[in-house]
Design a protein around this ligand. Sequence first.
Ligand code: PLP
Length: 439
Amino acid sequence: MQREHLIKPLLGHKYPTIAYGQGVFLYDEDGKAYLDASSGAITAGIGHGVQDIIDAMQEQAGKVSFVYRSQFTSKPAEALAAKLSDLAPGQDYWSFFVGSGSEATETAMKIAIQHWQEQGRHGKNKVISRRMSYHGITMGALSMSGHTLRRRRFVPLLEDFPVVAPPYCYRCPLHSSYPSCGMACADDLETAIRRIGAEHIAAFIAEPIVGAAGGALTPPPGYYARIKAICERHELLFIADEVMTGIGRTGAMFAMEHDGVEPDLIALGKGMSAGYTPMAATMVKDRVMAPILQGSRSVMAGHTYSANPQSAAVALAVLRYIEQHGLVQQAADRGRYLLAKLQQLAGGIPIIGDVRGKGLLLGIEFVRDRATKEPFPEAAGLTSRVIEKALQKGLLVYPASGAIDGVGDAILVAPPMVITEAELDLLAELLEAAIREVM
Ligand code: PLP
């Protein structure tokens, strides 16, 4: 065998080589089909091989693929920023384009800090996040993340940012239960602000629905309205990390719409270009930009590929495709259908402890004992075994690292928004077979 040169996630592991994708299926070079029930990394929201996107990509490549943002602007980048603002709650956002979700959250952190600096409030430079959270792999984003596995090698290099309780109703960190808890987990933010002092805190960041670090942890309705009110009361900016939830995935264009909240900053990635090209954005409310416009007039962030015209043209085409095909409503409808199917599945499979989520961002948590919610030991590698078994059967699901934080194994089920009910039936069938084989 030839030596390898590509560093893959697990060295020495043999990964199938994908030849092409069409709709919700990927096909490897041996012709095996995989139902993409995770949209890759919750990214391929409109499915694979969509001709409209390929056409848009070719058209822009025929004009110009790259211009540098300090020398030129481009029509696709200007149009994309305007389109995102039109779609967003309140419709008064600026956009800063980057290449990945990590860059989007890290840029949000920097803009939040700069917002206060421009007003002479230099002490406001910490960002509060939640214990179970993932905001990205770069050092700033990782400093704001509560994902033990991805942090632990680098802890000495990370900022020691404060964390608060996650809205994890299945295993409430405050040993309470909804609704009698009165959403005490939201109030935990206020307790932390009082302890640390609002004069030291720039922002609070949260994923509307916790993805990779929890398996679709979905707070009760009204949680984010409470969070936003707390942030306003103490002069903190609220950053919604919609990298996974944004652009239709939860059955609303932005997941924050479910709670009627207009975040100060929004991070987008993944679904905004649906995997056709690297593209992500930090969206910033007018009122957050105001001190920067009146002050230095320059956001201190940016990358070589920021506002890349080729990527912007693709993202615009993706947004157009989502609108033309009514995919946001479809994510809501198909999500309800899939949730019911998974709940039905749970009824007959005792190691399914919880099924949760919204739209087509659903999570399944596994337990050794449903009555006591006892998790499987980490050494049992339950999540990996489910994923491996599903892969053998031609089904892709995504790990959510509950076990690492000592709270159980979980997976995400998040197929492209174009999936049909018949394909969802197949998904449930394959998933049931995979889970039964690891029990
Ligand atoms: N934020 C959230 C909520 C995510 O789920 C992810 C990736 O999984 C990121 C940020 C980081 O995005 P990327 O992997 O594109 O850097």
